[in-house]
Write a protein of this length. Structure first.
Length: 398
């Protein structure tokens, strides 16, 4: 063999090996969630478990897309806005992730939005809820698989069947999640004839609800008609149980709230028959993706999937769909692929609205049923509330 042939063969081998190495280069995705020292930690862990299960489902267990392994990089925000901004910048810059998913608290997530814009990389918001995240505070690099406050509250209003005989007092936490939620609820009541008589806002972490409850009782007790206290609180403290212990029924006042994670649902046993709206309960959706999630989660963790597990899975399924359909793996091509994209999730079909990148999705009207054989109160499905039944305001527009 001539020297030229040897060199040509070596060059071809080198090119082949380089090609093989390139084909195996991972696509890096950052999960940016708080996982230390906060009551929301359980939300983060559910979202991360769901994301990992979603990657498994979407790739038939290979963890590969177009020959590239998906590498998940975990970043802990510690639920601190400055830490969150730093770790997202680190993920985009030092770790060179293609995109990121997070965060858990709406307040913390708000601080991440300009980081995505600065690095010109996508941030998929999951599981934070506030409308403002895809509103004026958002930018074209933000996509949101989590539901938003308007979905929560329009579905809640539908479940309450509002009319001119309904009088409502609201209780919410005093930050983006709570404020956006009550703004959305007021918009949902507009034109129904229902009456919002007072709004109470409390600090995160509140455990004593006596004073705001008394003010709500006083605002409602003399009204002629149906009287409801609506609770919109993401954290703990058992506001429903503590307000219920103050006997609102003395004044014919009902309590209503949206659904929650399984560890909180035992407190709902105090309000059998209560109706509200929920983002996800594992028995409600009827589709193949949810069937797989429920059976797989039960088998591996000896428990059904929870509220934010489904959300994490929806985010992962969106990522894989985008990677499969984008012409190339760079930000502009991904944005083009994701705007208007529909994909299947445990909740059925979701669609990224092109104008503001909010994922439109179903909610579920429930009625609480108590079964002594089940540890928690069951938010039994009344009916699925489809996206087209909710008039979700546009957030950011191009």
């Amino acid at each position: 063999m001539t020297l030229r042939a040897i060199l040509a063969g070596a060059a071809a081998l080198g090119m082949s090996m380089a090609g093989a190495a390139f084909a195996e280069e991972p696509v890096k995705i950052a999960l940016v969630h708080g996982i230390s020292g906060h009551s929301f930690e359980v939300f983060s862990k559910q979202a991360q478990t769901g994301f990992e299960l979603g990657i498994e489902y979407a790739t038939d267990g290979t963890g590969m897309v177009k020959g590239h392994p998906i590498e998940i990089i975990h970043k802990d925000t510690q639920f601190k806005p400055d830490v969150a901004r730093a770790v997202l910048a680190e993920a985009y810059g030092d770790d060179d992730v293609l995109l990121a998913v997070g965060a858990t608290s709406s307040g913390v997530t708000k601080g991440l939005l300009p980081i995505a814009e600065e690095y010109e990389k996508i941030l998929i918001v999951e599981p934070a809820v506030a409308d403002s995240l895809t509103g004026p505070d958002g930018n074209r690099y933000i996509f949101k698989t989590s539901r938003n406050s308007s979905m929560d509250m329009q579905a809640q209003a539908i479940a309450l069947k509002p009319d001119e005989n309904l009088y409502v007092a609201t209780l919410a936490e005093d930050y983006a999640f709570g404020r956006d939620g009550i703004t959305a609820f007021k918009a949902a009541l507009d034109g129904t004839g229902a009456n919002l008589v007072t709004e109470e806002y409390i600090p995160q972490g509140t455990s004593d609800f006596t004073a705001p409850a008394e003010r709500m009782f006083n605002a409602l007790k003399d009204k002629e008609g149906r009287k409801v206290i609506l609770i919109y609180i993401a954290g703990g403290g058992d506001p429903m149980g503590k307000i219920k212990a103050m006997q609102p029924e003395r004044f014919d006042i009902e309590i209503s709230t949206g659904g929650h994670i399984l560890p909180v649902l035992p407190t709902y046993k105090q309000v059998p028959g209560m109706e509200g709206a929920i983002y996800y309960y594992y028995e409600s959706p009827q589709n193949e993706v949810n069937d797989w999630l429920v059976s797989t989660h039960q088998e591996r963790f000896d428990s059904p999937p929870d509220f934010f597990t489904a959300g994490g899975m929806a985010a992962a399924l969106a990522v894989v769909k985008a990677l499969e359909t984008a012409e190339e793996w760079e930000t502009e091509a991904l944005i083009e692929a994701m705007e208007g994209m529909s994909w299947e999730t445990p909740k059925g079909t979701m669609t990224f609205r092109p104008e503001d990148h909010q994922a439109l999705q179903s909610m579920y009207h429930f009625k609480i049923r108590v079964d002594d054989g089940v540890d928690w109160a069951i938010p039994e499905l009344v009916r699925e509330i489809k996206p087209e039944e909710m008039n979700i305001p546009l957030g950011r527009t191009e």
